[in-house]
Design a protein around this ligand. Structure first.
Ligand code: GLN
Length: 450
């Protein structure tokens, strides 16, 4: 733990942490030592873990990297983090992320951008991906052994790919959402980041639980994912969706995807050409549904109950000033889009239509999984890009999520596993998808690729 605290201090210029809780970490570590000495350690005993600032942590400031929650200190602990501490995990601190997890480059945070520890050797700072940019950059920079993030449309898998580490979005309902700041409730899911596949399975086994405090939490028990890691892929059928061969995809990404298919074939898997015909509608449907839910979830930040307040003469004026000052540009954009698509007169044309598209996307996957055990795709259309390059064009940023959002819309588990590098030497990930509640298949495939 001391070594990781030191590493976090030494890499402070990456801006991965918004809060380093060094004293608390050392206390937790010494308690862990005592439990280990007494022979009753948990599965994460003594392991130092960073926590995305979307998780509420009792007595520790939790802001979702938004000015509107500046100084907010929860009096409760999220279920996922409580589960980790119950297994002996040690909290290193809170990790930077896009404001309310809205973004793909970690450039919308109130605490400023996060820098990717990787670069192409030309001195240009690269984004770590987002929204869980701090979670990915800290593990890649060795300033956290493990970390947790949230994934609403790719926010675990895309930064894992950009930073060359493993990131899993579990099945929707696998990890409790209780105590996690809500972005889009029907899509949000917490998940683990790690340097390798085995550690990832171990962390998931500690995070996951059925939780009566989250009505969408699943009672289906977690498979033995730790054992699955080394089970191999012999006889497994892996689907290769033809719609993921997209224009504008980097040729390095395309090559790596081919390479991944070869590795799986060599390890005894059978490759199956599949079709997911509604893939091209996933991104537009996501960028209606996610803002719609966000606009509703963010209504609670009214200056009365949480964080910041700008005083004014009337209540309405106080709401307006507080929200105008507290929310950044991207969050305000989402609130406007979400409010628009939910308003009377537009609801049927946008929101309802998007929900129907969502069902078609889910049906595509159901059909595919009738014949295959897992699906292999690229995780991102390109490697990490320079800080500031895409910041002014929201649509270009949204296109980053093209391979990751379908899993959220369909509730499927998905993992990005580091598979290789582009010509500039930057890491690239491949994505493995499986049926709901079949994280074991993902770990089997991921282990062959890493
Ligand atoms: N980049 C996507 C968005 O901005 C996904 C974010 C996420 O998964 N939290 O909405």
């Amino acid at each position: 733990t001391s070594a990781y605290i030191q590493a976090a201090e030494d890499t402070a210029s990456l801006n991965s942490y918004v809060l380093l809780t060094a004293d608390k970490a050392l206390d937790m570590a010494s308690d862990a030592d005592k439990r280990m000495a007494a022979g009753n350690g948990g599965v994460l005993e003594g392991l130092p873990i960073g926590v995305k600032d979307m998780f509420c942590t009792k007595g520790v400031t939790s802001t979702a990297c938004s000015k509107i929650l500046d100084g907010f200190t929860p009096v409760y602990e999220s279920t996922v983090t409580a589960n980790m501490w119950a297994q002996g995990g040690v909290m290193l601190g809170k990790l930077n992320c896009d404001e309310f997890a809205m973004g793909s480059a970690n450039e919308t945070s109130f605490a400023g951008p996060v820098i990717n520890p990787w670069d192409a050797g030309d001195g240009v700072d690269l984004v770590p991906g987002g929204s869980s940019g701090g979670s990915a950059s800290s593990v890649a920079a060795r300033s956290a052994l493990l970390s947790v993030g949230t994934d609403t449309g790719g926010s675990i898998r895309q930064p894992a790919s950009f930073c060359g580490i493993v990131g899993l979005k579990p099945t929707y309902g696998r990890c409790s959402r209780w105590g996690i700041v809500a972005f889009a409730s029907s899509l949000d899911q917490a998940g683990p980041f790690s340097r390798d596949v085995a550690d990832n399975a171990l962390l998931l086994s500690a995070m996951a639980s059925h939780d009566a405090k989250d009505s969408t939490s699943a009672a289906t028990p977690l498979q033995d994912v730790v054992a699955a890691v080394n089970a191999g892929v012999k006889g497994m059928k892996i689907g290769i969706p033809r719609e993921y061969r997209m224009d504008g995809m980097d040729s390095d990404v395309e090559k790596l995807w081919q390479q991944g298919q070869e590795w799986l074939k060599d390890a005894g898997a059978e490759l199956v050409d599949i079709s997911l015909p509604h893939t091209k509608y996933a991104l537009p449907a996501y960028y209606i549904i996610a803002p719609a839910e966000a606009s509703s979830n963010l209504a609670r930040y009214d200056g009365v109950r949480y964080g910041n307040r700008i005083e004014a003469d009337s209540l309405d004026e106080m709401y307006g000033l507080t929200r105008a000052e507290g929310f950044g540009d991207e969050v305000q954009r989402r609130i406007m889009i979400g409010t628009y698509v939910l308003s009377a007169g537009y609801y049927d044309a946008y929101y309802l239509k998007a929900q129907r598209v969502r069902r078609l996307i889910k049906n595509d996957f159901d059909e595919a999984f009738a014949t295959v055990d897992a699906i292999l795709t690229p995780a991102t259309p390109s490697a990490a890009f320079p800080v500031g390059r895409k910041v002014d064009d929201p649509v270009i940023n949204y296109l980053n999520d093209v391979f990751t959002v379908p899993a959220n819309l369909a509730g499927l588990p998905g993992m990005s596993v580091p598979a290789g590098f582009n010509q500039a030497g930057l890491p690239l990930g491949l994505q493995v998808l499986a049926k709901p509640f079949d994280e074991a298949s993902i770990y089997k495939v991921g282990k062959v690729i890493e």
